[in-house]
Ligand binder design. Structure first.
Ligand SMILES: Cc1ncc(COP(=O)(O)O)c(C=O)c1O
Length: 469
């Protein structure tokens, strides 16, 4: 196979002082150099602009995984050497994660499957008085479904975010003043637009009105240091797979009282003090909610990834990401027919955004653009409604848009490749025929092959669960 020269026009990349910070990745990630086959033949380095869905593993984390894998065994109940080591790694991961988020010494750190699982767990622990819920959960309409659907099973209220951050805070205040809210559930950063929410202000507003706050940090934690003590946040949830750790473990950190009084999340082995044929005494602490054999390597790698992120120089980290973001946003806004979307008019684009950019291309279905960028330019990004249907509808994007997302393993050239692809699309159109197969746009007559160990199932590649549902 020959190697095509699809690399960007070097003259297009202007390495001025502002974006020089992003010429190279900030940290090494596994898979940074994988090659993507192109539909016209040849291959290019895969430009991964889909970090917001799942980020590649940090190389340090992959090396750590190889180191601990031989000692991998069941935790808690084994007296053997490997089991003891695995138990110590697993239990120590809690302290590492607590440190990473600035947790209080008595906060619980519960390992879960992912952010969705963490928020569902908390929904089962809301306080009740005489068997009746002590208040409503309040959430905004901009949330990912993970921070929206778990609350629909308990008393809840939702409000439409205003078109400014200031207006949104005012709307939350007005709702809290009505009384009867026990928990404010808010995202740390939008998975759709990358805009950061004012967590500290919302936490103090919640507390002024006798409510607690849970922050969905699935997107925020991989991009910004979070300090729940300084911000006075009661609960925080995030996922390892978005934070440069493989295996999909998640975590819920926060105040122990609700968690210890709440319904055990998974009834089963490990979650009990004593089980009888007709009853049970539940354990307290993290064990109460971690029934069954836990995801030891998921928790261990998540914890290791937090240590790497904690060691990054904050200014360099921010400069790297901000340089890619502004390069991408400026470049997209310069292309005729491209619209960059945001929720709030008053978001400070330099300081209050993470590595997520949302846009659409006039005249093209988002799924078609994504298929084209992948097949003709080796760019991976996300299209659809991003599991945030109410927000997409309100933004006037009921059939979806495109999302480029990036992080510590990204480099300016990834963004440049995307810009080149969109410019070519606008000036020359598609360079191949595309068809809809199983609800997804795919190149017609695609003869490219996967590596020998991956099954080739035409039409299913790239299927995203939040597109059609
Ligand atoms: C803001 C936000 N919250 C929650 C989730 C759900 O995360 P997970 O799929 O790891 O449960 C996502 C995933 O995209 C997200 O972006």
């Amino acid at each position: 196979m020959t190697t095509a020269t699809v690399s960007p026009n070097a003259a297009d990349v202007i390495f001025d002082q502002r974006n020089a910070a992003a010429a190279q990745p900030l940290a090494a990630v596994t898979g940074a150099e994988i090659q993507a086959p192109l539909i016209h033949g040849g291959q290019v380095r895969y430009a991964n602009l889909d970090y917001g869905a799942s980020a590649p593993a940090l190389s340090v984390v992959s090396a750590y995984l190889n180191e601990i894998l031989p000692y991998y065994a069941s935790v808690h109940r084994g007296a053997g050497y490997a089991s003891q080591i695995s138990t110590s790694v697993y239990e120590n991961a809690r302290a590492i994660v607590r440190d990473f988020v600035g947790g209080r010494p008595d906060d619980s750190v519960i390992f879960t499957r992912n952010t969705t699982d963490s928020l569902n767990l908390l929904a089962g622990c809301l306080p009740a008085t005489d068997g009746r819920p002590a208040g409503d959960v309040l959430y905004l309409d901009i949330e990912h479904h993970a921070n929206l659907l778990p609350w629909q099973g308990v008393p809840h209220r939702s409000i439409v975010a205003a078109d400014t951050i200031a207006g949104t805070i005012a709307a939350v205040r007005a709702e809290l003043e009505q009384g009867g809210v026990s928990l404010v559930a808010v995202t740390g950063a939008s998975n759709v637009t990358g805009e950061i929410l004012p967590i500290r202000a919302l936490a103090s507003l919640a507390h002024e009105h006798g409510a607690r706050i849970v922050v969905d940090a699935a997107q925020l934690a991989p991009h910004r240091r979070v300090d729940i003590t300084a911000d006075d946040v009661d609960y925080l949830a995030f996922s390892g797979h978005k934070l440069y750790a493989p295996f999909g473990a998640g975590v819920l950190v926060g105040r122990t009282d609700w968690l210890d009084a709440g319904t055990p999340h998974l009834a089963g082995g490990g979650a009990v003090k004593e089980a009888r044929l007709d009853g049970v005494s539940w354990a307290s602490g993290p064990a109460r909610h971690e029934g069954g054999s836990p995801n030891v390597l998921g928790a261990a790698t998540l914890a290791r990834a937090t240590q790497v992120l904690a060691g990054l120089d904050q200014d360099r980290w921010h400069a790297h990401e901000a340089a890619i973001r502004s390069f991408l946003v400026d470049g997209l806004q310069d292309i005729d027919g491209v619209t960059v979307h945001q929720i709030f008019k008053d978001t400070d684009q330099d300081t209050d955004t993470i590595g997520v950019v949302n846009f659409s291309v006039e005249g093209y279905d988002a799924g078609l653009v994504a298929a084209y960028l992948s097949a003709e330019h080796g760019v991976g990004l996300r299209d659809g409604r991003f599991c945030a249907h109410p927000l997409l509808k309100r933004l006037g994007l009921p059939s979806g848009s495109l999302r480029a997302s990036f992080g510590v393993g990204s480099r300016l050239e990834d963004a440049q490749r995307l810009l080149t692809g969109i410019r070519v699309l606008r000036s020359k159109g598609l360079g191949w025929d595309y068809v809809v197969d199983s609800g997804r746009w795919v190149p017609a007559n695609d003869n490219r092959t996967y590596p020998h160990w991956a099954p080739n199932t035409p039409g299913t590649a790239g299927a995203a669960p939040c597109i059609d549902d």
